[in-house]
Design a protein around this ligand. Structure first.
Ligand code: PEP
Ligand code: MN
Length: 347
């Protein structure tokens, strides 16, 4: 960190800055550049002092951080890609991970029908919400524990791993008992007590980008989970808010290669929530893969017209099969593969 003092700063101001650094356990170096006094400190691989603790001191002009505030999730701290296992699936390796399923677990038959179709396609991870974060309190809120029990039964029958959303810190143990991956949704990306609770349990976490979150805020949210003990975190770009309502959100494709530079965590794309239209899912999914995504999470419903949530953006199973066929060609062209069950790959 470099603190640039104002041209008017006096020796006492500089001494006070240096003193605060020492009080925080750092060794400051005082120098001069362009007729300004600068106080610098090397973090030496550890935590840098917090800029906020210096910004109000008299005589301080600017503070330049030389390291990102997120340390554990940064590529600098950990140059190799993190690879996460969930059931038989690997997320973050050479092959593209693929998670699919309905927006909500509506009942046993609906979940089983779509899961069996997806399992036959070789999909290893089933998505489905039991706790739904709905904008209106009058919308379908999910089946809660019953939904988790249905998902666990589907795992028994199909061998698929389960990803499902957790909305509150109190529900973390219950969801972790039933699921293989916990999802933290866009509306909860900065629910810090939830992030901490997800960090204190062992299941991998898929952390969606807050709909108005910067990349730095998102990485700091991931840092909460990792710093509380759970390094198995993946980031999911699901679109951000804009002035234009033509699509549900604006898919930030550039975030994918940027994150691959900034962090070692796997990056997943959700073209369903990003676009809000089933007919835009495939092109956006392909763009995400071309940009370097480690995986996709896609909504699929056996009867989208009857879905209790997000039917318009849900693919029919035959369209999910078409998407997989086209991803198979795309990943091959990129010298990658698709992480599907071996029987499906042979087909
Ligand atoms: C979901 O995955 O169904 C969901 C609610 O996603 P998001 O948090 O991205 O809106
Ligand atoms: Mn949904």
């Amino acid at each position: 960190m470099i603190i640039v003092m104002k041209a008017t700063a006096g020796a006492r101001d500089v001494a006070a800055v240096a003193e605060r650094m020492r009080a925080l356990g750092f060794t400051p170096e005082v120098g001069e550049a362009a007729e300004r006094v600068i106080v610098s400190v090397a973090a030496g691989g550890g935590a840098a002092p917090e800029a906020e603790l210096f910004s109000a001191l008299p005589g301080v002009d600017k503070i330049v951080a030389l390291q990102p505030a997120y340390r554990l999730v940064s590529r600098a701290a950990h140059p190799h890609d993190t690879v996460i296992r969930a059931g038989d699936a690997l997320i973050g390796g050479r092959n593209l991970a693929f998670m699919a399923g309905p927006c909500s677990v509506e009942n046993r038959a609906q979940t089983l029908e779509v899961a069996e179709y997806l399992a036959a396609l070789g999909v290893k991870i089933l998505r489905g919400g039991a706790f739904k974060p709905r904008t209106s309190p009058y919308s379908f809120q999910g089946l809660h524990e019953t939904g988790l029990e249905i998902l666990a039964e589907v795992r028994e029958r199909t061998g698929m791993a389960i990803i499902t959303e957790v909305l509150s810190p109190q529900d973390v143990p219950l969801v972790a008992e039933h699921a293989d991956i916990l999802q933290i949704g866009t509306r909860n990306m900065q629910n810090f007590t939830l992030l901490e609770a997800a960090g204190r349990q062992p299941r991998p976490v898929l952390l969606k980008r807050g709909m108005s979150a910067t990349i730095e805020e998102w990485l700091l949210a991931a840092e909460y989970i990792v710093s509380h003990g759970n390094s198995q975190v993946m980031l999911c770009e699901r679109g951000i808010r804009s002035f234009d309502k033509s699509t549900r959100a604006v898919f930030d494709v550039g975030a994918i290669p940027l994150l691959k530079h900034l962090t070692h965590l796997p990056v997943i794309a959700d073209p369903s929530h990003a676009t809000g239209r089933w007919d835009l899912v495939e092109p956006v999914a392909k763009a995400a893969v071309a940009a370097g995504a480690d995986g996709l999470i896609v909504e699929v419903h056996a009867h989208p017209d009857q879905a209790l949530s997000d039917g318009v953006q849900s693919l029919r199973p035959d369209r999910a099969a078409d998407l997989l066929a086209s991803l198979r060609r795309l990943t091959a062209a990129l010298d990658r593969g698709l992480d599907l069950a071996p029987a499906a790959l042979a087909a």
